[in-house]
Design a protein around this ligand. Structure first.
Ligand SMILES: Nc1nc2c(c(=O)[nH]1)N[C@H]1C(S)=C(S)[C@@H](COP(=O)(O)O)O[C@H]1N2
Ligand SMILES: [Mo]
Length: 500
């Protein structure tokens, strides 16, 4: 009896059903100020269940600005399955319903397994799924009769559903967005910090060379959060516990009551391939982690601090690096401003000499003094090394790889880094010839990158330029090319350019 029902209309009924449920669930999530709406939770879960290397590739892929792509993919998948659900009702209504119930279950599991989600986070999924189950029969029943009257009734119902979804969708835009609230609080926050003055001679000001101080807007961003956590200053707490004499819980004001330290510090990502730009230098203001840990009193036997962010990301840092004399900071400001939300507002950690994945927790809320033997953290579970000291590296910014220059004297420039060890010398090599030293910018400490520049003579033709740094421990960068997994890339950045 149902074979002549037009498939296209059934698919349309399915898609419209999908949209209606989605609108209801997004509106519910917004109304509840949930950090994660169901499609975002599914997208994050996809990243999470993807093992090791594939996860890294995925995060690289969606890395900086392309996160919305993954969420868009989830929504497209949802709509495609909704269309299928509509079409399947021709075979028996339960088959169509099963598709929607299945999607609801997947979303429910994804939301429930996200960190820091209470039962309230499931409400958007539940209401969205109920909407699906209510709307689907409403749309397919009129299509039972294939006559003009049935079509007319379908169009009327579809119009009503579409209008309802639009109202819900637009309405939810106006609901208070937590992010906006936190952005406003951040704008009003006055911190007792300074802007930092770039030291004389640090920035060589060569055209095309990355500025020595990287502006907050230009600073690289790496994290697993698809939605930037919006953490309110008033409710923020830092808990310090585990193997300590005294547990501490600090409010933001408690933290600011302590002595503030400010320092230039270069942050680097372990996933930075040779020659790439997942690195930046900024002026950080915050409280020394060592001061806070001293108040808590780490117990003998502890060798690590397990850090946890508001969104449940974790990393393990050597206790030593947080208690020795280096400026490991609970940072509240970056380049003289409260941390941007993307960079960990209101408090993150930065540790000179360690890659971000083992030290630089953004949206930090918890420090557990513990032992490396007793835990695994987000990236170590995925095959990355528990220890992540920054490897000495260097990069050529000028000339740009594969560009053309005029033959004769050619300016070459770039950056080199060996945080907390310091860069001693940088050399370049043209066309496999002799290594020649270049000049270094003046830096305020061993914790920042160093700019380098020089002039080389080049004849017309295609050339190869390589760079290598020697750090203050006497180590010269190896030419052996190694990938970023498990503890950072090695090798000399080498480019080709043409002189004419
Ligand atoms: N909460 C949280 N903090 C995090 C991460 C993350 O995924 N989640 N990634 C870390 C990594 S791998 C790096 S390299 C730095 C990057 O900091 P940035 O985005 O401010 O440059 O943050 C670290 N802190
Ligand atoms: Mo990283």
């Amino acid at each position: 009896m149902t074979t002549d029902r037009p498939r296209l209309l059934l698919a349309a009924a399915g898609v419209l059903t999908g949209v209606a449920g989605l609108a209801v669930s997004l509106a519910t999530a917004a109304a509840l100020h949930e950090r994660l709406d169901p499609p975002t939770a599914v997208a994050e879960a996809v990243v999470d269940v993807t093992p090791g290397r594939a996860a890294k590739a995925l995060i690289d892929l969606v890395g900086d600005n392309d996160k919305p792509l993954l969420i868009a993919g989830v929504v497209v998948g949802l709509l495609a399955l909704s269309a299928l659900g509509g079409v399947l009702t021709a075979r028996g209504r339960w088959q169509g319903f099963a598709v929607f119930v299945g999607m609801g279950l997947v979303a429910g599991v994804a939301v429930a397994t996200r960190p820091n989600t209470g039962t309230a986070a499931l409400l958007p999924v539940v209401l969205g799924t109920l909407t699906w189950l209510a709307v689907l029969p409403l749309l397919i029943l009129p299509l039972r009769s294939s006559d003009a009257e049935g079509r007319r009734r379908f169009l009327v119902q579809a119009g009503v559903v579409a209008a309802g979804a639009a109202v819900v969708g637009i309405g939810s835009r106006f609901l208070g967005r937590r992010r906006r609230v936190v952005e406003e609080a951040r704008a009003d926050l006055e911190l007792p910090v300074t802007d930092g003055v770039v030291p004389e001679g640090a920035d060589l000001e060569v055209a095309g060379l990355v500025p020595w101080r990287v502006a907050n807007e230009d600073f690289y961003r790496i994290d697993t959060a698809l939605v930037v956590p919006a953490v309110e200053v008033d409710t923020w707490r830092l808990r310090v516990h585990g193997m300590v004499e005294r547990e501490l819980t600090l409010t933001f004001d408690d933290l600011l009551d302590r002595r503030l330290t400010e320092a230039w510090l270069t942050l680097t990502c372990v996933s930075n391939p040779v020659g790439q730009d997942l690195i930046g230098n900024a002026w950080w203001s915050g409280v020394r982690v060592a001061d806070v840990l001293a108040e808590a009193g780490p117990l003998p036997g502890a060798d690590a601090v397990l850090q946890t962010s508001e969104d449940g990301w974790t990393c393990g840092t050597p206790l030593e690096a947080l208690t020795d004399d280096r400026n490991a900071l609970l940072a509240v400001a970056m380049n003289g401003e409260p941390l941007p939300l993307e960079h960990g507002f209101p408090v993150r950690m930065v540790v000179p000499g360690l890659y971000g994945y083992v030290s630089a927790t953004k949206w930090l809320v918890d420090l557990e003094v513990t032992r490396f033997d007793d835990f695994e953290a987000f990236w170590t579970e995925r095959g990355w090394s528990p220890q992540g000291p920054v490897k000495t590296q260097s990069r050529i910014d000028v000339p740009v790889a594969n560009h053309r220059v005029t033959s004769g004297p050619v300016v070459v420039a770039g950056v080199a880094w060996a945080q907390h060890t310091g860069v001693e010398a940088v050399e370049v090599r043209l066309d496999g010839g002799a290594w020649t030293p270049v000049e270094l910018g003046r830096v305020p400490s061993v914790d920042t990158w160093v700019q380098w520049s020089g002039t080389i003579e080049v004849e017309p033709g295609v050339h190869t330029l390589a760079v290598r740094a020697t750090d203050r421990s006497g180590y010269t960068q190896t030419g052996v090319q190694r990938d970023v997994v498990p503890d950072g890339a090695t090798g000399w950045h080498t480019i080709e350019f043409t002189a004419e």
